[in-house]
Design a protein around this ligand. Structure first.
Ligand code: 4NP
Length: 158
């Protein structure tokens, strides 16, 4: 069976989407599913291209057992909309930018990550970049919940 490609996307690719990539990948490994999926992350902006995840994101992830230190930021490319089956946006701004990038034929690939978290009234992973350290812990809580929901969705969709 061909692998399913999942691309997590935020603004800078140094806080939320690298966390999502790391947590989701770990969840796949725990369930023995990693060979069925190809996972990556990217940012809609180019300011941090080549940088490792924000130190606060790395620390918050490490304190919960996730190592995201090896990731390097990249910007989302138009061909990502061909190369991936799911383009998973952290917030509505990312979602809008991805729909624009993907074009009408591939817009169905773009989803809000929090759709899969099952938390009433919550549509976005709040951007923690300009806030305090507790924002990074909150990102992990949300990303864990949405990762489990996304895996259930993907298993049903196959
Ligand atoms: P991210 O957070 O989109 O979760 O990686 C941000 C990182 C950097 C900036 C904004 C958000 N920035 O403006 O540089």
């Amino acid at each position: 069976m061909p692998e399913t490609g999942i691309l997590f996307v935020c603004l800078g690719n140094i806080c939320r989407s690298p966390t999502a990539e790391g947590v989701f990948r770990q969840r796949l490994v725990t369930r023995g599913l990693e060979s069925r999926f190809r996972v990556d992350s990217a940012g809609t902006g180019d300011w941090h291209v080549g940088s490792p995840p924000d130190r606060r994101a790395q620390l918050a992830a490490a304190s919960r057992g996730f190592d995201i230190s090896g990731q390097r930021a990249r910007q989302v490319r138009p061909d990502d909309a061909d190369g991936f089956d799911y383009l998973i946006a952290m917030d509505r701004g990312n979602h809008r930018d991805l729909v624009h990038l993907a074009g009408t034929e591939r817009a169905h690939k773009v989803r809000l990550f929090m759709e899969f978290a099952g938390i009433d009234g919550l549509e976005e992973v709040p951007d923690p970049y300009y806030g305090g350290d507790d924002g990074f812990d909150r990102v992990i809580d949300l990303v864990e919940a949405a990762s489990d929901g996304l895996i259930e969705h993907l298993l049903r969709a196959r």
